[in-house]
Design a protein. Sequence first.
Length: 82
Amino acid sequence: MNCREFTEFLHEYLFGNLPAAERAEFEKHLAECPWCVAYLDSYQKTVQLEKAAFSTLEDKPPPADAPEELVQAILRARAQAS
Ligand SMILES: [Zn+2]
């Protein structure tokens, strides 16, 4: 598995939809690629921010540290991966 494939499987992995074989490849890549470890970490934070944003529909401002660049980067990566 390379970094591009990693980003393709990331969503399925986080939501537990990844078959065992792909999951093993995914975790193998994760063990040897610091970039994807950081990417996974950032992605999880973004998912949590999205959940928080959807669960609190009050007049709260978005978190000051909401990583808009990161969201855009993930969207770009997804577009390139498909
Ligand atoms: Zn990688």
